[in-house]
Design a protein around this ligand. Structure first.
Ligand code: FEC
Length: 304
């Protein structure tokens, strides 16, 4: 049996505060942030303890997926490639090639597809693989993978159980906002977020739920809305006292969850008399790891 490579791709995070400027510049495609923008980002990292746990979690996710896939009788080797920090996606592809791997599945640790998110990972992976003659099958989306939906539903149920009155709590499914121009591009991102949220709502029989956006970039162009922060006053005015936020577009604890939801949105909610309960992130929990392994197995069968 030959070894099949798995190129697991994730966002990447600075390892310390000194790396924040280079990281931010990379996210901005080479444009350095202003001193004010940089100071604001450093402040947010400081607020979550100075560093984000994202990289360590991503490593654990990759190791766990490899263990599950090989435990199911396969012969896989998972390589981690980051979009904005080392080890870069192209480096991971090169490492695979050095190890004699000529076929691989590429998966981004973000379930919903957008040309402005998942595709930007593939844009780094495909040319690197082509150059080395490595056959790469890229998974575009996996937001409806059954065990991913089970994992999401379990977390919403668990968060509702932490509410004083679960039947009267509003559930908001959120994802990272993107520039609103994706709407004119026929991008499936918005529909896919509704599809996974609706599937979870149906499984749990939810009657109070809605969709919102979070963590919009600090740029001049319009971003998808409404933003979670803008939605909270309406939720409070509608008489809700508790709100469950399910950041379904993210699969790990990181800045956009630990700061944007746990600090910023929670404080805003408190000022409005609302109690905000966040669903537990997937991280390397076994149910989620099995779901990712299922996605990869399916892609392997399709690759033939
Ligand atoms: O914990 C950490 O250190 C990293 C957290 C982190 C994740 C993440 C995920 C996504 N982003 C997506 C899109 C954009 C677009 C821009 C943008 C900007 C930032 C900035 C930081 C940042 N993102 Fe991010 N993102 C994370 C962190 N993101 C920091 C810069 C400062 C700020 O605006 O807050 C705007 C780029 C521009 O300026 O042109 C667009 C999307 C995801 C979810 C999918 C994925 O994980 O790839 C989409 C985690």
């Amino acid at each position: 049996m030959t070894t099949l490579g798995v190129l697991m791709m994730a966002y990447g995070t600075p390892r310390n505060l000194d790396e924040v400027e280079a990281y931010y510049t990379d996210i901005r495609r080479g444009r350095r942030p202003t001193p004010e923008q940089l100071a604001d980002l450093v402040r947010r990292y400081q607020a979550i303890g100075g560093v984000s746990p994202l990289y360590e979690i991503t490593v654990r996710q990759a190791q766990a997926v490899e263990r599950v896939l090989n435990g199911q009788g396969g012969r896989f080797r998972v390589y981690l490639g980051m979009k904005h920090t080392a080890p870069r996606i192209a480096e991971a592809v090169a490492a695979m090639h050095r190890d004699g791997i000529d076929r691989a599945i590429a998966i981004v640790l973000a379930p919903h597809y957008s040309a402005l998110s998942v595709e930007t990972y593939h844009e780094q992976a495909r040319p690197a693989a082509e150059k080395l003659g490595l056959e790469l099958a890229c998974v575009n989306q996996w937001h409806l993978e059954p065990r991913f939906l089970d994992a999401l539903a379990a977390r919403v149920e668990e968060a509702l159980a932490r509410c004083e009155d679960p039947r009267r709590a509003m559930v908001i499914f959120t994802a990272h906002s993107l520039p609103a121009r994706i709407l004119e591009m026929g991008d499936p991102y918005v529909d896919q977020l509704h599809e996974s949220g609706e599937a979870v709502a149906k499984r749990l029989g939810l009657s109070h739920y809605t969709f919102g956006w979070q963590s919009a970039g600090r740029t001049a162009e319009p971003w998808l809305g409404p933003d979670l922060l803008e939605m909270l006053p309406t939720v409070a005015q509608d008489g809700y006292r508790e709100v469950v936020v399910c950041s379904q577009g993210f699969v790990a604890d990181h800045l956009e969850v630990l700061y944007d939801v746990d600090i910023e949105a929670k404080q805003h909610a408190e000022r409005l008399g609302l109690r905000l309960v966040r669903t537990r992130q997937m991280n390397d929990d076994p149910d989620f790891i099995q779901a990712v392994a299922d996605v990869i197995e399916r892609a392997r069968r399709e690759q033939g």
